[in-house]
Design a protein around this ligand. Structure first.
Ligand SMILES: Cc1cc2nc3c(=O)[nH]c(=O)nc-3n(C[C@H](O)[C@H](O)[C@H](O)COP(=O)(O)OP(=O)(O)OC[C@H]3O[C@@H](n4cnc5c(N)ncnc54)[C@H](O)[C@@H]3O)c2cc1C
Length: 387
């Protein structure tokens, strides 16, 4: 049983502890053991379950709480789901990330058409920004959208697209050429099944999730499917990612907490050399380090979430949280695998699953090196402003 003392930290309000307790009980019953062989079917089922139970409303910017995003709630939900089942966290996060651009910048017609179905778990969303030649360097994007009368014609590719192959719609970023680089990009909603749009390839990764490369070949979408102003796509993408970056830290925290709980329970049971594994000081030192890394990650994560909910700028704080929580979780999970010995590398063991699950979080939504650059840029800017 995880230690919940952190819910008393001043970052939270009473409703957050209530939310966590309700979700924890729900997730234990409904998603903890949901690990089938068909990742697409599991993901669809998880989206439906999360929607029916009302949890997805928290991921949608235009829903609930007067249209305000509750970053602390999103983080607590991701942390809790990640602790129980990585795919459940993925399903929740992608409904938010995939529909975020529509919630934040979409027309009223777009919001009315997509957001309620996403929140009910009836439509699956995807966010298509990355390309084979444009990952960390988003502005190098090649996928193009040419205006033709009252429609746009899309040509190009997107890759590493989560929910690719099962999504009902994709928010696609394409070059419209108003200006060079990041200023000549626009965002569009493309429905699955639109002629000229196909799944070029499904991508298998170490922790199975629906993931695909997309191809657009003279794919025509009505101009009304453009999200926000022409040429503002980069701003749309960054604002959407800004909402969810801190929540990647929270997901990593959830994985780390689960690894710690599993390792602690194992260490106190496992007999060797006439005592338990936990009786050795080497084990105790490792447990102390794991617990401290978890608390440090949680403090940074919920500081960023709290600061965002107060309306403050969190560029530096979110980057610190994402970098620290994902890197620390990798170390905590690796330590857990080590404590389990052979069991820790056995397919399907919780420690083995967490070991595969955590890796991608250090890469996507800004790799650790990108977070370092963001933190340093903010520090240097602050220093310049105060000199
Ligand atoms: C499981 C998974 C799911 C994903 N889901 C989505 C999705 O839904 N939608 C979407 O649009 N994209 C998605 N992505 C793509 C993801 O955002 C990119 O993989 C990420 O931005 C890195 O881009 P890249 O893979 O092209 O690596 P590159 O850009 O080639 O970077 C490779 C490595 O270079 C290093 N690096 C980067 N910048 C610097 C620097 N300035 N200095 C030094 N080193 C640097 C980092 O270690 C980085 O990992 C997903 C990726 C994964 C793995």
């Amino acid at each position: 049983m995880a230690d919940k003392a952190y819910l008393d930290w001043p970052f939270f309000e009473p409703r957050h502890a209530e939310l966590e307790a309700a979700l924890d009980a729900w997730a234990l019953e409904h998603v903890r053991g949901l690990h089938g062989k068909d990742v697409d079917a599991d993901c669809r089922q998880l989206v439906r379950l999360l929607g029916e139970a009302g949890w997805l409303h928290h991921a949608i910017a235009s829903e609930g709480d007067g249209g305000k995003i509750d970053t602390r709630a999103i983080c607590l939900i991701r942390e809790t789901l990640a602790r129980h089942n990585g795919l459940a966290d993925f399903a929740f996060a992608m409904q938010g990330l995939g529909s975020g651009a529509i919630s934040l910048f979409g027309s009223q017609a777009q919001r009315e058409h997509y957001s309620p179905r996403v929140a009910r778990g009836e439509a699956i969303a995807a966010f298509a920004l990355s390309e084979p030649g444009a990952g960390s360097d988003v502005a190098a994007m090649q996928c193009a959208a040419r205006q033709d009368g009252d429609s746009y014609v899309l040509d190009g590719e997107k890759t590493w697209i989560s929910n690719g192959g099962i999504a009902d719609f994709y928010v696609v970023f394409a070059r419209t050429g108003e200006a060079p680089g990041a200023r000549g990009i626009s965002a569009f909603v493309v429905d699955a099944g639109t002629p000229g749009f196909e799944i070029a390839e499904r991508i298998e990764v170490i922790a199975p999730h629906p993931l695909a490369r997309l191809r657009f070949d003279a794919c025509r979408v009505p101009a009304a499917q453009r999200i926000g102003e022409a040429g503002q796509g980069f701003k749309v993408a960054m604002a959407t990612l800004d909402v969810f970056r801190t929540s990647v830290a929270a997901a990593a925290l959830g994985f780390a907490r689960r690894a710690f709980d599993e390792a602690l329970a194992h260490a106190t049971r496992r007999q060797m050399f006439g005592q338990t594994l936990a009786d050795f000081q080497l084990t105790q030192a490792r447990l102390a380090q794991m617990a401290t890394q978890i608390d440090a990650s949680a403090l940074l994560t919920y500081r960023a979430a709290w600061q965002r909910d107060r309306g403050a700028k969190v560029t530096k704080e979110a980057a610190m949280a994402k970098m620290t929580a994902t890197e620390s979780a990798q170390q905590v999970i690796d330590a857990a695998v080590q404590m389990f010995g052979g069991l820790g590398v056995t397919s399907g063991h919780p420690a083995e699953m967490l070991y595969r699950e955590i890796r991608a979080l250090r890469i996507y939504e800004g790799a650790t090196e990108v977070q370092q650059l963001i933190i340093a840029r903010e520090l240097l800017r602050e220093a310049k402003e105060s000199s």
